[in-house]
Design a protein around this ligand. Structure first.
Ligand code: PMP
Length: 455
């Protein structure tokens, strides 16, 4: 049992078929333990999901209690207490105009459903010409085909491009790699690029604009400037385009507010998607939030969102997520994400002095560290060197789990890693994180040296 595993020695179709994977047997707080007795600091909450920490027994107990009463009912025939209470909790946490929650399992499903809801809204309002979608590049919204269509990550699209639907792309705000040097009228950073994309597509035919309020791994936790979403909201209103905020990664407290868009007062989206940390990572649960503006049209029209999935509104899954959301509230973890987030960002900023670290940025418990071959020119490492992947493996050797991302510099090159620990991380653990990061970077640079040695 103590061996790490690899394909084809086991019966699992692994996500990585080219390497050995440690066998994790236990998690507690910010730490994971493998069968060989090694421990890892989970500095990215798995995939930005573990916000409460590992090993919180109350969530499993709540799920087991619900399963003992009733685990599954079909959501078209019945409702259930867990879904009702979870929706009420989300309603109190969200803007009033987003008070209704539709439950699904993954972030990709929530994005698919949100985009379909936008399309259905316009059709049922008598505007069938509104078919087009506008999104941002770089950006990521999921791996199912419509969610992938609105994503801009060429390496994901290479194989399946011919199956995707065309989407009008606006450049995402990505200050570190923007040529504007902070100019106020920069189209990408000000949001006016979104209007340009809507105009290119033809405003009468655009159904929705979708964006991650705070950049996820595609732009390495880039934070749009303070007036960005006010501008976007005004543009969407003027052109009758629905604004969908994809909060799958930055929502549920990760940015230090319940929703990332709350950092932009007044910019209330029409539809919100959530996932990942919404259940603390304990169950696959995602949600689409909307309000009467949209739902009244569907209720008076066809009467249902045309996106049926067997496990939507599942009592067992909703019960686990309800327990997670209540713990996030009762333990004041969003407030903690804000205050510990300041500490995390301050301590991570010291990494800027290390060789090959081009930028460190983020907000709350979400940070990105971008690696470059040359700090002055911001030139990335050539893709074939696989810097981010090598760093991730050396970090794992050093007992540190980080999330790599590639291709953000120009669509092909670019290396960064994301840091997004559980909100309960202590100051001593943050220091440990920074120390292990430095060790992993030294080991990576021993394999992939920067030109001219230590920069
Ligand atoms: N939207 C965003 C912003 C995401 O970061 C992700 C996942 N990384 C998704 C959607 C898709 O979520 P899932 O992987 O759960 O399908």
């Amino acid at each position: 049992m103590e061996r790490a595993r690899r394909y084809p020695d086991s019966d699992v179709f692994y996500r990585a078929l080219d390497r050995e994977l440690p066998l994790i047997v236990r998690g507690e707080g910010c730490w994971l333990y493998d069968a060989a007795g090694r421990k890892y600091l989970d500095a990215c909450g798995g995939a930005f999901v573990v916000n409460l920490g590992h090993g919180v027994s109350e969530i499993g107990e709540a799920m087991a209690a619900q399963m003992g009463r009733v685990a599954y009912v079909n959501g078209t025939a019945f409702t259930n207490e867990a879904a009702e209470q979870l929706a009420s909790e989300l309603s109190t946490l969200s803007p009033r105009s987003l008070g209704k929650a539709y439950f699904l399992s993954s972030g990709s499903e929530a994005v698919e459903a949100a985009l379909k809801l936008a399309r259905q809204y316009w059709v049922e309002r008598g505007r069938p010409e509104k078919t087009k979608l506008v999104a941002r590049s770089p950006g990521y919204h999921g791996n199912t085909l419509l969610a992938l269509s609105v994503s801009s990550r060429p390496h994901y699209k290479k194989l399946f491009g011919s199956w995707l639907t065309p989407v009008e792309m606006a450049p995402a705000p990505y200050p570190y790699r923007c040529s504007c040097a902070g100019a106020m009228d920069c189209p990408s950073c000000s949001g006016s690029a979104v209007e340009e994309a809507i105009l290119r597509a033809g405003p009468r035919s655009v159904a929705a604009f979708i964006a991650e309020p705070i950049g996820g791994s595609s732009t390495g936790a880039s934070v749009p400037r303070a007036d960005y979403y006010t501008r976007v909201r005004e543009i969407c209103d003027r052109h009758e385009v629905l604004f969908i905020a994809d909060e799958v990664l930055c929502g549920a407290g990760r940015s230090g507010r319940w929703l990332g868009i709350e950092h932009y007062p007044g910019a209330v989206p029409d539809i919100v998607t959530m996932g990942k940390g919404l259940s603390g990572g304990y169950v696959p649960l995602s949600a689409v939030l909307a309000g009467p503006k949209i739902l009244d049209v569907v209720a008076q029209g066809s009467g249902a969102l045309k996106h049926a999935q067997t496990f939507s509104h599942s009592p067992a899954i909703c019960a686990a997520a309800l327990a997670a959301v209540r713990l996030i509230k009762s333990r004041s973890l969003v407030e903690r994400a804000a205050s510990t987030g300041l500490l995390l960002q301050r301590k991570l900023a010291a990494l800027r002095d290390l060789p090959a670290v081009g930028d460190v940025r983020g907000i709350g418990m979400l940070a990105g560290v971008e690696f470059v071959r040359d700090k002055t020119s911001k030139k990335p490492f050539p893709r074939e060197l696989k810097f981010a992947e090598t760093f991730m493996r050396r970090a794992q050797d050093a007992g540190l789990v980080v999330w790599p991302n590639v291709g953000q510099a120009d669509g092909e090159n670019g290396d960064l890693v994301m840091i997004a620990p559980p909100f309960i991380i202590s100051e001593a653990e943050i220091d440990e994180l920074v120390a292990r990061f430095s060790t992993a970077l030294n080991k990576t640079l021993a394999q992939i040296p920067v030109p001219g040695g230590i920069a």
